[in-house]
Design a protein around this ligand. Sequence first.
Ligand SMILES: C[C@@]1(CC(=O)O)C2=NC(=C\c3[nH]c(c(CCC(=O)O)c3CC(=O)O)Cc3[nH]c(c(CC(=O)O)c3CCC(=O)O)/C=C3\N/C(=C\2)[C@@H](CCC(=O)O)[C@]3(C)CC(=O)O)/[C@H]1CCC(=O)O
Ligand SMILES: NC(=O)c1ccc[n+]([C@@H]2O[C@H](COP(=O)([O-])OP(=O)(O)OC[C@H]3O[C@@H](n4cnc5c(N)ncnc54)[C@H](O)[C@@H]3O)[C@@H](O)[C@H]2O)c1
Length: 279
Amino acid sequence: MPADISSLTGGSLLVAWQLKDKHVLIVGGGDVASGRIESVLAADARITLICPSSGLHPLTKRFIEATDRITYCDRVFAAEDDLVGVDMALTAIDQVEESRRVCALCREHKIPVNVADIPESCDFYFGSQIRDGPLQVLISTNGQSPKLANIIRKRVEQALPNCAGDAISKVGELRTKLKERAPGVGGELGKRRMRWMIDICTSWEMEDLALMDSPMMDRLLDDGWEQNVTPNPDQFKALRGRRSGSASHATSASGVLLPILAFATGVICSGLWMSQRVR
Ligand SMILES: C[C@@]1(CC(=O)O)C2=NC(=C\c3[nH]c(c(CCC(=O)O)c3CC(=O)O)Cc3[nH]c(c(CC(=O)O)c3CCC(=O)O)/C=C3\N/C(=C\2)[C@@H](CCC(=O)O)[C@]3(C)CC(=O)O)/[C@H]1CCC(=O)O
Ligand SMILES: NC(=O)c1ccc[n+]([C@@H]2O[C@H](COP(=O)([O-])OP(=O)(O)OC[C@H]3O[C@@H](n4cnc5c(N)ncnc54)[C@H](O)[C@@H]3O)[C@@H](O)[C@H]2O)c1
């Protein structure tokens, strides 16, 4: 909590809106709309795009041709019928009065809306985005300077490790495996699970996490979670080394014992045979 609560103002709520299989209406098909399409597709939503074909940006055309997740309507926005079943609306048109009309209809139907040319009419703003697999970074200047958002994004992008997206994917897999072993929500088990994940994420470098494969995750859960320890990568390797070391001791011990046993059996058998012959 900040020392001065009165400083908690003047921002917007930063959330990662889950749009999977939701229905997004995009009005307009120009330059800005093509960027919206990309963002919405990345969120696994379905799109209805309304725009006369004469106004389509080349990138928008490519999106329409490349995926069946876009239902394309070659016409201008008509009326509230176009809003039936819509979970979110985005307008990116060059007719400000028409933008206001679409926005007013969305408000009537309680549909969250972004109006590219009128910030005051937006329920939410877009931001400059970095995507690397499951990693998503959004830079927002809260409407003050989109170009500076773009410049800052490029600097942040350079500062991020190349393996960040891979590391997150691998940790995601490990968390899923852990939850399969230790299922349930909350309680003491939940606390222990969270503590263990926090310790792994803090004691392993992202580069090491990114290199994990499925068998290695299973071994980390066997040697770490099951034993109630959080080995760092070096300790984990040493633990494994000791295990395989003791396994090879066993192998070498049996390698020595077996010939001795075979020899002894041979001596006994030939002794018996000899004694038979003597009789
Ligand atoms: C971040 C980004 C995301 C995206 O759109 O995906 C984004 N604008 C981007 C670029 C950009 N937009 C504009 C320029 C020209 C230079 C300039 O004006 O600075 C450039 C730069 C360029 O093109 O290089 C012009 C512009 N933008 C808005 C208006 C209307 C107005 O302000 O009245 C006008 C016309 C102004 C006029 O007529 O003068 C409004 C909005 N633009 C926003 C987002 C939201 C606030 C985000 C924030 O502040 O953080 C907000 C409020 C609504 C929204 O769009 O959701 C994307 C960069 C992506 C990237 O490259 O990484
Ligand atoms: N928010 C931002 O980041 C941002 C950035 C640049 C520009 N803008 C503003 O956003 C608006 C769109 O910008 P753009 O570069 O994509 O413009 P654009 O001219 O490339 O595209 C406008 C599109 O709207 C379509 N259109 C117009 N009226 C329509 C209607 N009634 N129904 C359906 N489609 C209709 C046109 O056919 C065209 O495809 C402009 O007003 C611009 O000033 C916003």
